[in-house]
Design a protein around this ligand. Structure first.
Ligand code: CUA
Length: 333
């Protein structure tokens, strides 16, 4: 008995302490944009109301347990059936409390559903297991990282290519489901330049946990420069370099069947790689974009990220092929 109690205590203490992360980039309680802040401002008053109700109810339960508990020679308590005033009271009071909570909540929901003025429009497409971003007004297609200017909201139209996903960047906004055959929308903005991490938050298959999201907020001038770079024609590998051999391997191995590199291939199953080297991460943002990680990934994409759609035709790539492909990918700026 005592051992069980000690075990239960340690387990609760452990659970309590693991919540105290110092570096918690996906903390919902530290809003870094207007939309997240408006949602956060709802939490405090609702939490206070819920806290008071909790203390009151638990207090009464404890009072009943201790004051009125059965003692060896206590008489049979008085038997009551029905009390109209009590029953009306405990129906009306919670209804009024819920009403008080609902009014500001629903007002914020309607406000946040409005399309903001002068947004950057982005179509977001959920894939197993990565995010595609299409800036149709700007002629830009990218993957895994949502680039956005500070001081201007993004307006996202969310579609899915396969199953239900859910888009969530906790510091910037709430979750929105990404449903096949439906277009949901959301908008948000960031207060300051920086990277804001997120996560697919609807179970979508073996690598659901490997489907991360990242928003990169930039000064408006940097954002414009990024757009100009993404619109530029793809870079051709120089003759006689390892990158050129990599381009050849890219064609021979059939990479272009699934990946677009503008002017080279038109695959649409995997991410568009035209400006791959400008991205900070790849494969659903689980890897930083560097040679060591690319090598790991190209050696065994299924081992690194189970269930993803990257199947390399005809057995694994040789180390030599991988080296050349990495040289090629690094030129795609
Ligand atoms: Cu996509 Cu979970």
């Amino acid at each position: 008995m005592r051992r069980n109690r000690r075990l239960a205590f340690s387990a609760s203490l452990f659970l309590f302490l693991v919540a105290c992360a110092e570096n918690a980039p996906q903390d919902t309680l530290e809003p870094q944009g207007e939309v997240a802040r408006r949602i956060d401002q709802l939490i405090n008053p609702v939490f206070i109301v819920a806290g008071l109700v909790f203390v009151l109810v638990e207090g009464l339960v404890l009072l009943a347990v201790f004051k009125f508990r059965s003692k060896p020679d206590s008489p049979e308590p008085e038997q009551i059936h029905g009390n109209t005033r009590l029953e009306v009271g405990w129906t009306l009071i919670p209804a009024l409390i819920l009403l008080a909570v609902a009014v500001p909540t629903i007002a914020v929901i309607f406000d946040l559903a409005e399309k903001p003025e002068n947004p950057v429009n982005v179509t977001v497409i959920g894939h197993q297991f990565w995010w595609e971003y299409r800036y149709d007004d700007l002629g830009v297609v990218t993957a895994n990282e949502l680039r956005m200017p500070v001081g201007r909201p993004v307006f996202l139209t969310l579609n899915s290519d396969d199953v239900i996903h859910s888009y969530w960047i906790p510091a910037l906004a709430g979750k929105t489901d990404v449903v096949p055959g439906r277009s949901n929308t959301m908008s948000f903005s960031a207060d300051a330049p920086g990277e804001y991490l997120g996560q697919c938050t609807e179970f979508c298959g073996d690598s659901h946990a490997n489907m991360r999201a990242k928003a990169i907020a930039m000064a408006p001038r940097d954002f414009d420069a990024w757009v100009a770079g993404q619109r530029a024609a793809s870079v051709k590998a120089a003759a006689g370099t390892p990158a050129e051999e990599g381009a050849l391997a890219f064609a021979q191995k059939g990479c272009g069947t699934c990946h677009t590199v503008e002017g080279v291939s038109e695959g649409i199953i995997g991410p568009n790689l035209t400006h791959f080297a400008t991205r900070t991460t790849f494969a659903g943002s689980i890897f930083d974009n560097n040679d060591a990680n690319l090598r790991k990934w190209l050696r065994d994409p299924q081992g690194e990220k189970p269930g993803n759609k990257m199947i390399i035709p005809g057995a694994p790539l040789t180390p030599d092929e991988i080296t050349k492909l990495i040289a090629y990918l690094n030129t795609l700026r």
